[in-house]
Design a protein around this ligand. Structure first.
Ligand code: FES
Ligand code: FES
Length: 172
């Protein structure tokens, strides 16, 4: 296992939203700070900084993780996806983002980036969730504005649309 010297800057190379990026970090630098301050990916928000609110959630190798509980050096060589990577090349919103907008599933938006990243991981693992499963997944996120119901509705709608589309493709 690589040893990181305390107080020294170490190069960290990773794939951020499909692009190769490299910057330096001290061994104790949080991944959330690295993404925001070293790589300029400020879509990742920081709330509690101790793993409770979920605002800082990103995907590492496809799996949703709290970037405030991860060290930048742990992301060395990994694929990291943040909310900036959800939209397409022309910056059009993806289906999940569009559903959030349609259902008024955000107000101040502070929690939204993290919730979107958890949802995108969740829907890959659980493509046809029940409402209770969606609510259980969202229990890892604090939102002070929406009351959650609109978020649940948005996620269920996307799951339903994706399932219908998949079946349509299979039948074609
Ligand atoms: Fe990471 Fe709250 S900032 S969980
Ligand atoms: Fe404001 Fe969730 S939309 S905290």
């Amino acid at each position: 296992m690589k040893r990181y010297e305390h107080g020294k800057l170490h190069p960290v190379s990773l794939t951020l939203n499909g692009a190769q990026r490299c910057a330096h970090a001290e061994p104790r630098m949080l991944l959330s700070d690295f993404l925001r301050h070293q790589l300029g990916a400020t879509g990742t928000h920081v709330g509690c900084e101790h793993g409770v609110c979920g605002a800082c959630t990103v995907r590492i190798d496809g799996v949703a993780v709290r970037s405030c509980l991860s060290l930048a050096v742990q992301a060395q060589g990994r694929r990291v996806d943040t909310v900036e990577g959800l939209s397409g090349r022309e910056q059009e919103l993806n289906d999940l983002q569009q559903a959030f907008r349609r259902h008024f599933a955000l107000q101040c938006g502070f929690c939204t980036a993290g919730i979107l990243m958890s949802c995108s991981d969740f829907l890959q693992r659980v493509p046809e969730p029940t409402e209770q499963q969606v609510r259980d997944m969202l229990s890892g996120h604090l939102c002070r504005c929406t009351g959650y119901t609109n978020i649940v509705n948005a996620v269920l709608e996307v799951a339903d649309n994706r399932t219908k589309e998949k079946r349509r493709m299979e039948d074609a």
